[in-house]
Design a protein around this ligand. Sequence first.
Ligand SMILES: [Zn+2]
Length: 299
Amino acid sequence: MDNNNDNEWFDDYFEGNNNTDNIDKDTRPQKNTTRHIRWGAIAILVLIILLIALLVFLIAVFKDDIKDDMNKNTSDVPAGAQTGITTTPPTTDTTDPARSDTTTTTTEPEPPKPPYPVEADIEVIDGVTYINGILIVNKTYGLPEWFDPGVDPVAQAKLEEMYAAAAQDGLTLWTASGYRTYEEQRTLYEDYAAVDGYDAADTYSARPGHSEHETGLTFDVNDPSSTFDGTPEAQWLEQHCAEYGFIIRYPKGKEDITGFMYESWHVRYVGEEVAKVVMENGICLEEYFGITSVYSESE
Ligand SMILES: [Zn+2]
């Protein structure tokens, strides 16, 4: 009975009724039902709160994972499904660095690229002109009549070395014309002028004192005529002559600078260092030194 009383007190207390005197025995069963419903409601409420709390907790904990998943999905979808979109961004990505690459490659190697015209130290010794130690003969710079050096032994040795290399490649090169004296050049030029006139002769033959053949450093290889142009021998000569210190002295397209027509057969020894710069850059000796090739009015 004590137990019962205790329960009743507890129930009444919960219903806000502390007075045990007010207990109505008729309403007891009804009270019991309400009690159960209330307890049930409280339990459900607590359960809901716990569930919400659990949900909030779970969201808080896995928030980053969910975000990652969503990012993965959004990036995966266009990547897999839309090839057009994925190809476009890499293309723009590669063109942008490519653009910056080309600008860096064009801006970086460009300043050191033209190693010409070099600083020309012009020295005239007894009427013979040397630029940076290299003997110069063209329409501007002539040779005196007394100058008669003969074939340069170093140039001759390098020429033979070059011919041997050409033979290794199955090509036969030989010298059609080498050293000429001032007098020989005068005869040659006057003969041409007698046939074609001086103006025409000036385009392909040098006046005496202005021919490179008078230097002993120049050779006409194989056929000294335009029929030599484009032959395997001419191509080989243009490709390899610099390795032996020679240049194609009157290149194609440089007629206005050299003052002479293109001569695929005419090589001039200048040494490997200068020859490589001249041939690799497709320039003529006048461009390399920054000099002219024009006859003076008095000549
Ligand atoms: Zn020649």
